[in-house]
Ligand binder design. Structure first.
Ligand code: 4AD
Ligand code: MG
Length: 425
């Protein structure tokens, strides 16, 4: 069993250690072979000197191909010329599995890299991103545990649409039509009557017909729902949660590679809140022809968010821009809802709202929107048996990660991105 990881080698200067991992780079320089060894914790240089090692080990080092799995033994020395400031002076070099010629070359195209994601995900960049993804969820769980939120596990196969029919994936469920979940919200709403404050992390599915750099067909959705909270209360939860997720990675060493500074991950609360009306004006001033009533598309959000340095809320969207379950404001024109937008062109990371808790108002809205109430009877029941003010939201983990890591495209925020054009590998 492997007992030592590359990150621990720094504390072992002067000692003889054994490491297992994969060959990241290899170069032969006369009587010396330099191998950069990679494991889950980083890379380290290994030097193999012909004169100081048995012939078998030297041969192995000379012929080893990149991505072969290997075992090395050697003394750790400080060396400022080595990429991480230390080097292993090798005394044993064993090839565990000699790799075939690795298909990924310097400068490989994006599509090709996606075609062989099962190999390209070994890259240092993707490794960092996956670690940061794990860390932001740790930050979220820390906050949720500390504040007494209950984790629940809603179904992924559903019979009622949450976010409208246009992005639904339907499946054949023993001869009946069912759908892949777009959001756990409606189920989370049922759970607040017993657990009060609930959350879930589930995959959500959207049949997004357009290709954009921030839409996935399958993404990780962190959703919260709470009884006794109104639109204002839930915004506070949203910003505290996001602040906690960001704080978790603020001291993460790998952040600089994405052009991010530690300080940027410490959010200044409360985050700025602007009304939809004001957002529309900002966008219109930038020369975009958008009417009051439309939801923001990619271009509009890009322009709007370029004005900001930190995530910010846009609240009170018009009814025609959002979804039937939201609580109508007394003005009769807007919903008590808010989106959290990431700055500098990244756009929406959270969609949230207070929910309509009045049976008549909800039924009315569904009728006006032409929604068949039949599959929603259980949902309407919640307004029949002890209805309460309640609110919730959904956060797209990959959207947040995309902003944090400054990613060009959301697919790099996933192990295996699912988009309109890709379901393999
Ligand atoms: O704004 P959305 O559609 O809201 C809901 O689904 C609510 N029912 C959530 C709730 O209140 N429980 O989606 C919420 C978030 C978006 O803000 C975005 O971050 C992410 O989910 N999202 C996507 N992420 C990646 N690819 C897509 N196609 C996404 N669609 C939404
Ligand atoms: Mg939304």
């Amino acid at each position: 069993m492997k007992t030592l990881y590359i990150k621990n080698a720094n504390d072992k200067i002067g000692e003889e250690i054994e490491l297992f991992g994969w060959v990241y780079r290899q170069r032969v320089h006369g009587g010396v072979v330099f191998v950069i060894l990679r494991d889950s914790t980083g890379i380290v240089q290994v030097s193999i000197h012909k004169n100081n090692i048995d012939p078998d080990s030297f041969n192995n080092a000379q012929k080893v191909a990149i991505e072969s799995s290997i075992r090395v033994k050697g003394k750790v020395v400080g060396d400022s010329r080595a990429p991480t400031g230390i080097e292993i002076k090798c005394s044993e070099f064993e090839i565990i599995s000699l790799a075939e010629k690795f298909p990924i070359q310097e400068g490989a195209g994006k599509e090709f890299l996606l075609d062989i994601r099962h190999l390209s995900l070994r890259s240092l960049k993707l490794t960092e991103i996956m670690k940061i993804k794990e860390l932001i969820m740790q930050g979220a769980r820390g906050y949720l545990q500390e504040n007494d939120w209950h984790e629940v596990f809603p179904p992924i196969i559903t019979s009622a649409a949450c976010e409208g029919g246009t992005t639904l994936f339907s499946i054949d469920y023993y001869g009946r039509e069912a759908y892949l979940s777009q959001s756990a919200q409606l189920y989370l709403e049922t759970a607040i009557f017993s657990l009060e404050k609930v959350y879930s992390l589930t995959p959500s599915f959207r049949a997004e017909k357009s290709k954009t750099r921030r839409h996935l067909s399958e993404y990780q959705h962190l959703e919260l729902e709470a009884a006794w909270m109104d639109a204002e209360d839930i915004m506070k939860v949203e910003e505290e949660l996001v602040a906690s997720m960001c704080r978790e990675i603020s001291e993460y060493k790998g952040l600089e590679r994405f052009g991010r500074k530690e300080e940027e991950m410490i959010l200044n609360l409360p985050l700025q809140r602007i009304k939809y009306d004001e957002a529309i004006q900002i966008i219109q001033k930038k020369g975009i022809d958008i009417e009051w009533g439309s939801d923001f598309g990619y271009e509009e959000e890009k322009l709007l968010t370029s004005e900001f340095e930190e995530p910010f809320f846009v609240y009170d969207y018009p009814i025609e821009a959002k979804v039937f379950y939201m609580k109508q404001n007394p003005d009769g024109k807007t919903y008590a809802c808010a989106d959290l937008l990431a700055p500098k062109g990244f756009g929406e990371i959270i969609g949230g709202s207070q929910r309509e808790d009045d049976l008549k108002a909800l039924e009315n809205r569904m009728e006006l929107d032409g929604i068949d109430k039949t599959p929603y009877q259980w949902y309407l029941d919640l307004r029949r048996y002890g209805s309460v003010v309640h609110s919730g939201f959904g956060l797209g983990i990959e959207r947040l990660l995309m902003w944090i890591c400054n990613l060009e495209h959301i697919r790099d925020a996933c192990l295996y991105p699912r988009t309109i054009s890709r379901v393999e590998p």
